[in-house]
Write a protein that binds this ligand. Structure first.
Ligand code: SAH
Ligand code: SF4
Ligand code: F3S
Length: 447
C-alpha cells in the first residue's frame, strides 16, 4: 500500500452485541486521545473502523459489502480512507479479509484493539498489519480514562466464553472466560458516573461467571460486584447481561430482592424448549431446570421482567421439538425476547451435524415464535399500564418536546414535559403499545 497522510477524522461502526458497542466506544476514545475527531455527519472519514460481528452468516457477509461501499464513497469524495476491520470477524477471518479486501489496511481482534494507534501509524507508512493476539486483560490497562458517557452506559466486566455451545463462534472469537479485577471495575464505574452515567449495564458473554476479590481480599461473584457498585453515589441503576443459566448463584438471585438499584429485568437465554435439542446444543440445562431457576428469581423479585434468546431450526429440530419451544414461551411469559434462525458457523460442531433444517421451515418457525413473543411482550406492557415508575431520559423523541427513556423493566417510554437527558423522572404509564409505552410525566425526581 502507498504511504498516506495521518488521518484527522474517524468513524467507528459497531455491529453485533453490546460488548462490541462498548469496544467501539473505547476505540473512539483512543482515537480521540490521538487528536483524531469524529467525522462530521454526511462526510467521509479519513479512518473507518468496522467493528464486526461473526455470530450469524449474514452478519459476517456485511463486512465485505461495507468495505466495497466505503471504497466507492471515498473515491467519490476524492480520498482513500484507511480501513480497519475490528471485532469478531477480524478475529475469525483476519487472513481471509487481508487476502480478499486489498482496501483494508488493518485487521485487529477484540482482545488487541488497544494497539490500534500503533497500527494506524504503520498503516500510514503504507504497511498493512494484522493483530489478533489474545493478551487477555492487558487491553483494559492500556485504554484511556473514561471522560464522557451517555446516561445509560456499558461496562465490560467479563469477556470470553468457556461454554462451547455447539452452534456458537464466541468461544473462538473472544477466547476463554476472563474477569476484569474488582478494583478496576469500581474505579471505571465511578469515572463513568462522573462523566454523566446514571445507569450502568455490566457486560460479559457470560457475565454471571464474573468472579473477583473485594478490597478485603474476599472472593466475590457478580452479586458482590453489584453490591459494591450500588454504593457508588450518583449511580441510580444497575443492569447486567448476558447470563448463562449454569452460572446463576443464590447470591445473585437474592441480590434481585435486596438491591434497589438493581433493575427488575433479567435476560437469560434458553435457546430451545426441547431437552433433546438443548443437549445437542451442549447447553448444560433442561427446559425444566431453566423454568425452575426463573421461579426462584421471580420469588426474589415478583415484578421481574424476563427476556431470552432463541434459536429455531437447530440441526435435527423436529416440529414436535419446536412446539416444546413454543410451550416454554407460553410458560414463561417474556417481557421481551430475541429469536434467530440457526446459522451454521464454520468450525463449530453443529455446522457439520446431519439433518440441517430447510430454510423455509426455519422461516415458518421463526414467524410463529416471534408472533408468540410479540403477543407476550404486548401483554407485559399492558400489565404495567396504569403504574407510575421512574424513567431514565435517554434522548429526545421525534417530535418537539418529546422525550424517550427506559422504564425499570427496560421498556421504551415516550412522554412530553420539562426535563433533560440524564434526568430520572416519575412517569405515569398511560398507554401500552406492542413496542413502547406513552407516559405522562408526574415530576422530575432527580434532575
Ligand atoms: N453469550 C451470550 C450471547 C451469545 S450470542 C449467551 O450465551 O447468551 C447471542 C445469541 O445469538 C445467542 O444467545 C443465540 O441465541 C444466538 N446465536 C448464537 N450463535 C448462533 C448461530 N450459529 N445461529 C443462530 N443464532 C445464534
Ligand atoms: Fe455462545 Fe453458548 Fe458461550 Fe453464549 S454461552 S457465548 S451461546 S458458546
Ligand atoms: Fe457478534 Fe462477537 Fe458479539 S460474534 S455477538 S460481536 S461477541
Amino acid at each position: 500500500m502507498k504511504p498516506t497522510t495521518a488521518p484527522r477524522t474517524y468513524r467507528v461502526k459497531s455491529f453485533g452485541c453490546q460488548m462490541n458497542v462498548y469496544d467501539g466506544e473505547r476505540m473512539a476514545e483512543m482515537l480521540g486521545e490521538r487528536g483524531i475527531t469524529p467525522a462530521p455527519e454526511g462526510e467521509e472519514a479519513d479512518l473507518v473502523v468496522l467493528n464486526t460481528c461473526h455470530i450469524r452468516e449474514r452478519a459476517a457477509e456485511k463486512v465485505y459489502s461495507d468495505i466495497g461501499r466505503l471504497v466507492k464513497a471515498g473515491a467519490k469524495a476524492g480520498k482513500t480512507p484507511l480501513i480497519a476491520v475490528a471485532g469478531c470477524v477480524a478475529q475469525a477471518e483476519g487472513d481471509e479479509i487481508m487476502a480478499r479486501a486489498p482496501a483494508v489496511s488493518m485487521v485487529v481482534g477484540p482482545q488487541a484493539y488497544h494497539r490500534l494507534p500503533d497500527m494506524i501509524d504503520r498503516a500510514v507508512q503504507g504497511e498493512r498489519n494484522t493483530d489478533t493476539d489474545m493478551p487477555a486483560i492487558a487491553k483494559f490497562a492500556a485504554l484511556p480514562e473514561r471522560r464522557k458517557s451517555a446516561p445509560a452506559a456499558f461496562l465490560t466486566v467479563q469477556e470470553g466464553c468457556d461454554k462451547f455451545c455447539t452452534y456458537c463462534v464466541v468461544p473462538y472469537t473472544r477466547g476463554a472466560e476472563i474477569s476484569r479485577p474488582y478494583a478496576d471495575l469500581t474505579l471505571e464505574a465511578r469515572k463513568l458516573v462522573d462523566a454523566g452515567a446514571r445507569e450502568i449495564t455490566l457486560l460479559g458473554q457470560n457475565v454471571s461467571a464474573w468472579s473477583g476479590e473485594d478490597e478485603r481480599g474476599h472472593a466475590v461473584g457478580l452479586a458482590g460486584l453489584i453490591r459494591a457498585l450500588a454504593e457508588v453515589d450518583g449511580l441510580a441503576r444497575i443492569r447486567y447481561t448476558t447470563s448463562h443459566p449454569a452460572d446463576m448463584d443464590d447470591a445473585l438471585i437474592a441480590a434481585h430482592g435486596e438491591i434497589d438499584k438493581l433493575m427488575p429485568y433479567l435476560h437469560l437465554p434458553v435457546q430451545s424448549g426441547s431437552d433433546r435439542v438443548l443437549k445437542a446444543m451442549n447447553r448444560s440445562h433442561t427446559a425444566d431446570s431453566y423454568l425452575r431457576l426463573l421461579e426462584r428469581f421471580r420469588a426474589a423479585r415478583p415484578d421481574l421482567a424476563l427476556s431470552g434468546d432463541f434459536i429455531v431450526g437447530f440441526p435435527g429440530e423436529t416440529e414436535a421439538e419446536f412446539a416444546e419451544t413454543l410451550a416454554l414461551v407460553d410458560a414463561v411469559g417474556y417481557a421481551q425476547a430475541y429469536s434467530f434462525k440457526y446459522s451454521p458457523r464454520p468450525g463449530t460442531p453443529a455446522a457439520t451435524m446431519a439433518d440441517q433444517v430447510a430454510m423455509e421451515v426455519m422461516d415458518e418457525r421463526l414467524q410463529r415464535l416471534q408472533a408468540a413473543i410479540n403477543r407476550d411482550q404486548h401483554a407485559f406492557n399492558r400489565a404495567t399500564q396504569g403504574r407510575d415508575c421512574e424513567v431514565l431520559v435517554e434522548r429526545k423523541g421525534k417530535l418537539a418536546g418529546q422525550w424517550l427513556g427506559k422504564s425499570p423493566w427496560l421498556q421504551s417510554v415516550w412522554f412530553e414535559g420539562d426535563c433533560a437527558i440524564g434526568d430520572l423522572v416519575e412517569v405515569h404509564l398511560a398507554e401500552a403499545g406492542p413496542n413502547s409505552l406513552r407516559g405522562v410525566i408526574r415530576e422530575n425526581v432527580a434532575a
